[in-house]
Design a protein around this ligand. Structure first.
Ligand code: SP5
Ligand code: ZN
Length: 358
């Protein structure tokens, strides 16, 4: 399948993450996308450059206030002198509009950039630097270009993008994500096709941003398999199986948490359940949020999926036989992620082939 790419991802160096108040080395590094692209190119993939898309496609899934904030936060941080005093070289929030603080009052957008940062970021780990906006915006273009290719007749396309997106909601961001690439691709497919679009998120972490974007929307089915947040894992507050959608979207959201330490068997059973769900609901297209951080050896999760497990997951997803956009999410073991993505996409092509047999 074609692999969509943008060099502009390199403009985003998170510069670490502030975790429990300490600046620690980040894992969402430019080398991630480079490793994945190289492995796919070596396996013979055709690399296609992303096309620029207008902001309207971003605004299908994000609030204009978030887009405006992300586009200007870095220059405002610098202009406020914060890089000099106190000497912080990334945008880092310090105060948040906690629901208990507000008692139902909607929060003002703070005048100070130092406080505005907490209006839009829900964690301290997702830092903004000089090239963050351009890279995040390019990642959406990568996902939208992959959706365009599928709408033009490719049976599948892979968006090799970073920064990742599935933790970004309509009006807030976090979890190393700024704009929700997979959600933008799903909205594009939904706008162009009849019938619901299914998003199946196999990143090790719950796709809370994608869930939130489509929570009341019956046109996008959102399913996620991930390490159980109830066992102490990010995003902590969300990702439980009782979250099933609301309003017109009631029943259109499905979470399958798995225990820390789970490997191929439990994870593949969860994927099979989501595949069956998408089939029963007669999805007309599929977006796979492909994080490969559920692999054994990944520094960000306690799951233990093997390369063969990723191939089998790809096969199960491909067997749906739907037009498929695959979007890169997490995956942080630089020595493994190229192989893991190659296996998952190879499995998906086998699955798509098998779905064509009479
Ligand atoms: C897209 C994606 O996979 N995002 C993952 C975000 C999960 N990050 C949670 C980090 C929790 C604290 N990790 C401590 C590492 C210290 N550097
Ligand atoms: Zn993840």
């Amino acid at each position: 399948m074609p692999v969509v790419w943008s060099d502009r991802h390199r403009l985003h160096d998170p510069g670490g993450e502030v975790w429990v108040g300490v600046r620690t080395p980040g894992t969402e590094l430019p080398a991630r996308a480079e490793q994945v692209r190289e492995a796919l190119a070596e396996a013979g993939a055709r690399i296609v450059d992303a096309e620029a898309h207008p902001d309207e496609a971003v605004l299908r899934v994000h609030d204009p206030a978030l887009v405006d904030y992300l586009a200007r936060a870095w220059e405002q941080w610098e202009a406020a002198g914060l890089t000099v005093d106190p000497g912080q070289d990334r945008v880092v929030p310090y105060v948040f509009p906690h629901p208990g603080l507000l008692a139902g009052v909607s929060p003002a957008i703070p005048a100070a950039i130092s406080a505005r940062a907490g209006h839009f970021a829900y964690d301290t780990m997702t830092l903004i630097g000089p090239g963050t906006w351009e890279a995040a915006r390019a990642a959406v273009d990568v996902a939208l270009t992959a959706a365009d290719l599928v709408l033009a007749g490719e049976r599948a396309a892979f968006a090799c993008c970073r920064p990742p997106g599935h933790h970004a909601a309509r009006a807030c961001f976090g979890g190393s994500c700024y704009l929700n690439n997979a959600a933008a691709a799903a909205a594009r497919l939904r706008d162009a096709l009849d019938g619901p679009v299914a998003v199946i998120d196999v990143d090790a972490h719950h796709g809370n941003g994608t869930q939130a974007v489509f929570y009341d929307d019956p046109g996008v089915l959102v399913g996620s398999v991930h390490v159980d947040p109830g066992a102490g894992w990010f995003p902590h507050f969300l990702g439980f199986d009782a979250e099933m959608g609301s309003g017109a979207g009631a029943g259109a959201n499905r979470n399958v948490p798995v225990a820390p330490g789970s490997g191929d068997e439990a994870c593949l059973e969860a994927v099979a359940g989501l595949v069956k769900w998408a089939r029963e609901r007669e999805a007309s297209a599929l977006v796979v949020a492909l994080g490969v951080d559920a692999a054994e050896g990944d520094p960000e999760s306690p799951l233990r999926v093997t390369a063969g497990g990723y191939r089998a997951a790809g096969r199960a997803l491909g067997a749906l036989g739907l037009p498929t956009v695959v979007v890169l999410e997490g995956g942080y073991d630089l020595t493994a992620i190229g192989r893991l993505v190659t296996e998952a996409l190879g499995g998906m092509e086998e699955g798509l082939d098998s779905s064509r047999q009479p």
